[in-house]
Design a protein around this ligand. Structure first.
Ligand code: NAD
Length: 508
């Protein structure tokens, strides 16, 4: 078969505009792999600036009528969307897992955490209520309201193909905006299926459009004059660039970046529980979570010795395999390029002088020899100056950095360039409270390894993990996708006309 025939025979992912699947016109495509086999399973079109513009024009046409739908009716669409996601959970999880490589149970967790944000925005009539002051001055009342921005956009990473699009589209759409989603081109199909379900739930066509693409498509979004806000989640360098470019175009922007989360293990911790938690958080989803725990910090030599022995035993018991196998702990990573990048960081760690206790390189799964699998690695005696510690690896690699005191452990997490999440394992409430108070990190777990906040709080890291001042979902999500208008009103009562005043009105 020659190359053009091969393309015709292959599944081609579509954009989703105006309530239907639309074939890409740019002539540019990216490969979508099956990470279990290493084969290309589909082609995804990479949208041109004109195709982004088509999606924006469809959104502009649909948004005013959607904003005029009363909030309770918008909430009913969200209730129905929730029901449809639950109904299609197995299908969505299989689709997501087939492109991402996370195991099916974890794919369901990905969808469930996004679904919880949809549940939160089912309360949108209450969340959008403004404020009212009666009698702020003589016969004067003041009220404020939250109004949608218009057309807004979200750009999402590969590692949570359902949760993060749902974090964004839920509050954006429930608040009365039209939303343009640019999902990761590496696992694009779940977004299209979610968009279809939202239309089936009663969303008018055009209120949610999905365009696939790479840098060109992202730049068309960042510079499009009709897009009022951009939410981004991805790696830090790109998050920072998106923050700067979208800000320079006058848009509201929030941009979440990478992570290097620390798990501090105090001498009084319940070690067996801490090890179980750390193993799941370090190696679950092959370490491809922004709230993974890739760094463990035992406090005191005795803690380090005991922790190391338990970690080694637990890591040796891990089962790696195809994402469709319900008995495995984690599946393949997203791509051959990402696998090579992770292996390169392991090589760097060795060259820097860290002790590679367990080496996951060279892992091969019988029958899946070309799949993107990588075994679990463990480093000990990692030092803060090392490049492999300073940078995000985003794979099944756990690095142990030994600290002698609580303060040293606290400073490690606080001084690291990333500040997404952190966890402390201890039985001492006083130490835990002080840690939570002082640590320079956005999300803290106390005996909780992956402290992703529930849907009615909000998600956001500090330092290079988050650019912008509003978090994802919760009330911050509603604030990000709305703007406040404040009305000061006085009604004519008749009677004498008051004198002209050239002084700014005050309440003396
Ligand atoms: P990525 O930065 O490569 O891609 C994110 C998005 O940006 C994708 O939609 C991609 O198409 C687009 N993109 C890629 N290159 C671009 C460029 N040069 N210019 C403009 N846009 C570009 O991230 P990824 O590999 O898909 O996801 C993993 C990263 O995301 C990790 O760093 C992880 O920590 C981070 N992440 C952060 C959070 C958080 O909330 N802080 C959550 C999940 C993932």
């Amino acid at each position: 078969m020659n190359a053009p025939d091969a393309i015709v025979a292959m599944r081609t992912v579509c954009h989703f505009v105006d309530g239907r699947r639309v074939i890409g016109r740019s002539g540019r495509y990216a490969d979508v792999f099956d990470p279990n086999t290493g084969d290309v399973q589909a082609k995804v079109p990479l949208a041109s600036a004109e195709e982004v513009d088509d999606a924006v024009r469809s959104a502009i046409a649909a948004q005013p009528a959607w904003a005029a739908v009363n909030p309770q009716r918008r909430a009913r669409v969200m209730f129905e969307f929730k029901r449809l996601i639950e109904l299609h959970m197995d299908e969505l999880a299989a689709l997501l897992s087939s492109e991402h490589g996370k195991v099916i149970a974890d794919a369901k967790g990905d969808i469930q955490r996004g679904l919880e944000v949809i549940e939160f925005v089912c309360g949108i009539p209450h969340l959008l209520k403004g404020e009212y002051t009666q009698g702020a001055g003589g016969g004067i009342d003041v009220y404020s309201m939250r109004q949608p921005l218009g057309v807004v956009a979200g750009i999402t990473p590969f590692n949570f193909p359902a949760m993060i699009p749902l974090w964004m589209m839920g509050p954006a759409i429930a608040s009365g905006n039209a939303f343009i989603l640019k999902p990761s081109e590496r696992d694009p199909s779940t977004s299209v299926r979610l968009a279809e379900l939202l239309i089936e739930a009663g969303l008018p066509p055009g209120v949610l459009n999905v365009v696939h693409g790479d840098k060109n498509c992202v730049e068309a979004i960042l510079h499009h004059p009709q897009i009022k806000a951009v939410s981004f989640v991805g790696s830090s360098d790109i998050a920072q660039s998106v923050f700067q470019q979208a800000g320079a175009s006058g848009k509201r922007v929030q941009a979440m970046g990478g992570a290097k989360n620390h798990g501090i293990v105090m001498p009084d911790a319940d070690l067996d529980q801490a090890v179980a938690d750390i193993i799941g958080a370090a190696y679950g989803s092959a370490g491809e979570r922004c709230m993974a725990l890739p760094v463990v910090v035992p406090v005191g030599e005795q803690t380090a010795v005991m922790l190391r022995a338990r970690l080694i035993a637990a890591i040796k018991a891990l089962k790696i395999g195809a994402s469709t196998d319900p008995s495995v702990h984690y599946g393949p990573v997203i791509s051959a390029a990402h696998k090579a990048r992770i292996e390169n960081y392991i090589r760097i760690g060795v060259e820097e002088g860290a002790e590679l206790v367990l080496d996951g390189r060279g892992f091969s799964l019988a029958g899946h020899e070309r799949g993107f699998f990588i075994g679990p690695s463990l480093f000990d005696h990692v030092k803060p100056v090392m490049k492999s510690y300073q940078e995000e690896i985003f794979g099944p690699v756990l690095q142990m950095v030994r600290a002698q005191t609580f303060d040293e452990a606290l400073q490690l997490a606080s001084k690291h360039p990333y500040g997404n999440g952190v966890a402390i394992f201890t039985r001492n409430g006083d130490a835990a409270r002080e840690f939570a108070d002082r640590v320079e990190v956005g999300m803290v777990g106390i005996n909780v390894p992956i402290p992703v906040p529930v849907a009615y709080h909000s998600f956001g890291g500090w330092k290079r993990s988050g650019f912008g001042d509003l978090n994802q979902y919760g009330m911050d999500g509603v604030r990000f996708y709305t703007r406040t208008k404040t009305v000061t009103q006085r009604w004519p009562r008749g009677g004498p006309v008051t004198d002209q005043s050239f002084i700014i009105p005050t309440l003396r």
